[in-house]
Unconditional design. Sequence first.
Length: 246
Amino acid sequence: MRQEKDCIYEILTTASYLNQHKQLKPYAYQVLFEQMAERHLSDLGLNVDTTMQYGLAWALISMSLEVTNPIEDNMKLLGSTWFSQHKGPYFRRELLFRDEAGRLMFQGSTHSVLLDMEKRTVFRKKEPPFPMHEPTEQFLVNASPGFKLETELFPVEDRSVMPSHIDCLGHVNNCRYGEFIYDTFSEEEQEKLKHLKRMDIHFLSELRKGDRFTIKKSAEEQRLYFQGFNQSKDDVSFNIQMQFGD
C-alpha cells in the first residue's frame, strides 16, 4: 500500500492570501492545509461524504504550525500530510509544505476528533467504523491537542456568527477563527507577520449560527494571544497564540 506521506499535492497561492505588506495572513496557513487535507482525504476515501455515511465528521481540535520561509504570491507549493498517531479520541496528522526548489516553507501538526453529528458529541469508541491507514509515527513539531493561555486578556471586539461563517457541518469553519483574530491586528502587527515563527490554535467549543462572541487579546514583545469567548454559551470557543522572531 502506498504510504500517505508519499502523496504530494500542488497548491498555488493567490494574492488574496497576502496583506498589503505582502505577508501571508495567518488564516491562509489554515486555508492551505484545508485545501490539501480535503484532496488527500478524498483520495483515501475518508472525506466528509464517506464519514457522514456513519453519521460522523472530522472536527479539528488543534493546529500547531512552524514557519521557516515566507510564502509569496503565485507560488507553487508542494504539500504532503500523513496520519501519525491515534491516542484516545484524538487523531494526529502531520503537514509539510515545500516550494518547487525543495525549501521547507512551513510544517506542523493537527489533532482532530470524529464528531457524532446527531448528538454533537465526540465519538469515543476505540476504533473508527471505517478502515484507515496505520499511523506513520513521524512527528514534525512539538504539539498537543490543547493548551492554556497563561496571560491576562482584554476584550477588543464583539461579533456575531453570520450565515457566511457556517460550513457544511453546521458550525463556524476553522479558517474563520483566523480571520476573526486578524481583524483585530494593528498596522504594526500586520507588518510584523514577516517574523511569524509559530502559531498554535486550540478549538474548545463550537460556534454556531447566531452565537455572539467576544475577541480577547493580549500582546507581548514577541507574542500575541487571542481568545474567543462565546457569550451565547458562556464558554471559551478558541485560544490562539503566535510567536515572532527577529
